[in-house]
Design a protein around this ligand. Structure first.
Ligand code: HXC
Length: 269
């Protein structure tokens, strides 16, 4: 039982976040989509933000059908401060407040250091690091009003210097630093700031791109993961619901690794 992933509604109270509002970058796909739907299943309203308007609108419609909740899409590029200010404005106009921010938008691909162009490195730093800063800065005054919670989505890549991930690992190291700096500065305003660091999560764009190391004869092999399985997006949603709940009210400035122990065995993620 301990190694089985279940829905958050089997663990946490429904209506835990009734009347609260989540703003999530990258919330239309992958891990962040499940993080967002979990928050909505527990009563929150949500706004999802990413670049592709059409994909985002489609995702929001599917997520509304899945949850029966209120989820709206606002197109924007996290690299553009004005887009993030617009996303915050749209959230407050629609729902009146912001309680939770998830900085989930990320760019990634496998590339050796020698094959990484100046612009390729800059692009990932811009999406991950500037994106996290831009949306946090735009939303921070509203988060102070609600004594809210921020979750920055990170990765363990830089703990061991995983090959072909210099750009993403460097970006995530900066994000983990930002989590601590923000926790110190926003704590006195009642805002908690934490990170979640997912390991290999099945069926995500990230894993499809990065999972070559898990394949043996074309089949995924998770023997190196101490818990013996790939993660599921729901594993990250569980931690999201906990981290945003009152149960975590004295936790700030930490980044929680959710990876079945894989980084410790250097299983590539
Ligand atoms: C080398 C590449 C590349 C690749 C792009 N570039 N893809 N270099 N290998 N596969 C280079 C381009 O040649 C260009 O440099 C520069 O990066 C910018 O590329 P653009 O396509 O012009 O930029 P943009 O449209 O902004 O797209 C950036 C992007 C983004 C990073 C490629 O589209 C993207 O990543 N989308 C996928 C998002 C994704 O995978 N999310 C999941 C993240 S998972 P030049 O020099 O030619 O101009 C994750 C988890 C990690 O982060 C941990 C897992 C455990």
């Amino acid at each position: 039982m301990s190694n089985v992933c279940v829905d958050t509604t089997q663990v946490f109270k429904e209506n835990l976040f009734a009347g609260k509002v989540l703003l999530c970058s990258g919330g239309g796909s992958g891990i962040c989509r499940t993080m967002t739907t979990a928050m909505v299943k527990h009563g929150a309203h949500a706004v999802i933000v990413s670049r592709s308007k059409d994909k985002l609108e489609k995702a929001a419609e599917e997520m509304r059908l899945e949850t029966g909740g209120q989820i709206i899409a606002v197109a924007g590029d996290v690299r553009k401060p004005e887009d993030m200010e617009n996303a915050v404005k749209a959230t407050v106009e629609k729902f009146g407040r912001i309680d939770f921010l998830i900085n989930g938008a990320a760019g990634n691909f496998l590339a050796p250091f020698q094959g990484l162009s100046y612009n390729a490195f800059k692009t990932v730093i811009d999406i991950d690091v500037l994106g996290t800063f831009n949306l946090t800065k735009a939303a921070s005054e509203y988060l102070k009003k609600t004594k809210g919670s921020i979750i920055n989505v990170s990765a363990t890549l830089y703990y061991t210097g995983v090959p072909f991930q210099l750009h993403a690992g460097t970006a995530k190291a900066a994000i983990d630093a930002m989590t601590k700096h923000l926790a110190i500065e926003l704590g006195p305003h009642g805002v908690r700031v934490n990170g979640l660091s997912p390991g290999p999560i099945a069926s995500t764009v990230g894993m499809t791109k990065l999972s070559a190391a898990f394949k043996r004869d074309g089949v995924n092999d998770y023997e190196g993961v101490p818990m013996g399985r790939a993660g599921e997006t729901m594993d990250i949603a569980q931690a999201t619901v906990f981290m945003n709940s009152a149960g975590a009210s004295w936790i700030t400035g930490t980044t929680l690794v959710i990876d079945g122990g894989s980084w410790m065995t250097n299983t590539p993620a």
